[in-house]
Write a protein of this length. Sequence first.
Length: 729
Amino acid sequence: MMSRLVQVAVPSPLYGVFDYRWTQSQAILPGLRVAVPFGRRVVTGIVVGEIDQTDVPADKMKAVHRVYDNEPVLPYDLMQLLQWASRYYHHPLGEVLSSALPVLLRRGKPAELATQEFFRLLPATERESLPRNAAIQQQLFNYLLEREGQPVAAASLRAFSSSWRSSLKGLIDRGWVQTQSVVTLPVNEANAEAPVLLAEQAEAVAAIQTSLSTFQGFLLKGVTGSGKTEVYLRCIEAARAKGLQSLIMVPEISLTPQLMLRFEQRLSGCLVSLHSGLSDTERLQNWLCAANGHADVIIGTRSSVLAPLPRLGLIVVDEEHDNSLKQQDGFRYHARDFAIMRARNRGCPVVLGTATPSFESMNSVRAGRLIELPLTRRAGDAVPPRLSLMDIRRRKLIEGMSDRLIDSMRTHLADEGQVLVFINRRGFSPILLCNDCGAAADCRRCDAHMTVHAKNNRLRCHHCGSERPLPEHCESCRSVNLDRVGYGTERIAAALAEQFPDISIVRIDRDSTRRKGELEAQLSRAVSGEARILVGTQMLAKGHHFPKLTLVCILDADRGLFGTDFRSLEHMGQLVVQVAGRAGREKKAGTVMIQTRNPDNPMLQTLVQEGYEAFANVAMDDRRVAELPPFSFMALVRAEAADARQAHAFLLEVVQALEHHRSGLLDVLGPVPAPMERLGGRFRAQLLLQSDKRSTLNNNLSRLCAGIDHLPGARKCRWSIDVDPVDLF
Ligand code: ADP
Ligand code: ZN
Ligand code: ZN
């Protein structure tokens, strides 16, 4: 038999695609899943295309074992976009394509929507009577007879007996009952009225709607509570009226059950979600609904931007400044940037929404790549919260909180208000320090202190997850004179319980919400106002609407002023404004108090007095002067190994390889040890590449990647390339 040749992308850290013989009679289509031998294993790869010739010698050439699909699981336009992303992020195509697929498809499960079984009693010509001893069969028969002609779901027959199936089989064998397998798709019915739009909302909706069939990027810049979600809802409806699908990306959907509910109340049609809270099966089902074009609205986290969407007509990236949009391992794409590229390819609008735009997006507005749509006032009666700095130098502190701050809480609580205390650190205290010898309890696998978790008497490393029991003696000198230094949510909640014994307090962080259902339960106590004090980490900052909240206290904003990363300040500003935005979202005005030991810091002053935009403008000027992103382009080559020298040596080889091919002005900084050199027992080093031209960075990376697998040190460590890194850790 004549065999043809195909290129297959295989999930492997090696660059390049691999050639195989195609002995199947089926047509070769890019995007089909195939089982191919790879090394000693058989893996699921994706067909990239047919080729005429190969460099692989005939005796080494292997054949595709099996083709899983009749139709490509990744359509052609998406394949092309993912190929672009593989080149842009310098990540192997096989892994890029594989991250676009739900887990079950990666494992070779069929790309088919689940069906439900239905049974129907056929119209009778004549029926002999059933045997006397077949009671269950008789019951099933009667049940179907009452619904003669109507399909009845298997689920309703199961109630009759555990042996219903064998009894039913008797009826089927007699030719009385017919079985049907039906795909049931979710359909949602809106049940809430839409409010009348404010003028600015209406303008934003109009601008987005007019470009529904052309590419245009928008920055919907709306203060917290200004009704951005309402704008999305209108645009989604408009898209649906034109038969188009909308993709809505939100950071960590599972943290904001309120948002999903709101979409369900307001939108009709097929709504599906794609996020990590779903089971593999649910995820596959929802993904297939999106991919076969049935879903009208797809609400998902980061990876939903990689799903096939044949009728795509609108992309919304909510909270576009949020770091969780950037994948931090494997295929390190930024979902916002990918969304923009996708909209461009597709010819549809993309809306980036936020109260605190990333500096990247602000810069794109200046450069004319994005159109800014401002929402400057809050919807309804709500007024913007008042921010103020609270100088805590030389003040009496009660567990890290000033007496004045606690007084303010008392006042708000007495006035029927609700109080949110924000501290971006979980656990009891970040350090356990010996008063006699000065040693801190450190992680044995990382360059980091262990955090004290008082409730379960443990020390935990927040970087690698190691744990050990909370020691009673210093681990160095055996002294019992140990001090818990610094504050976390657990400690603050305990301190507040002592200050306000009659007030109910809820703590919301990753520890208190680990078990299923806990987060929903705690949030509902917060939303209803039953809990009057909320203590939490940034989990509380995102998107929540607490109607009774009047006072927000930010305990540790100073940390952002001294962060090690060039983006620390930007993130501090965003976090403060986002947390502050939880306050006063209804009738009562909100107050925000920021504790600081740097009340004269000009950046804090600007943020508090003039707001985020003024703050961002100043901070961006600093970035420009320092030639940092978005005014230059970066990539980070990271390496880690059990031995620090191996990681370093490999990066030196990378430097040499870069020198050898260097084109254009490229700064190569390093190698240096990572800011936290040891993590999980491995040593990490990094090399920073920077250029004022995207093309220079990209060309140099392309040349590097062509040979990087063959560098002698590449096998001795784990390495990765991060294009447009969001943190330099
Ligand atoms: P954002 O997404 O900008 O934080 P939301 O869309 O959640 O703001 O709106 C904040 C609140 O204002 C919500 O309770 C919402 O129902 C309400 N809202 C939004 N738009 C309007 C409007 N045009 N008229 C009345 N209420 C509105
Ligand atoms: Zn000691
Ligand atoms: Zn650790």
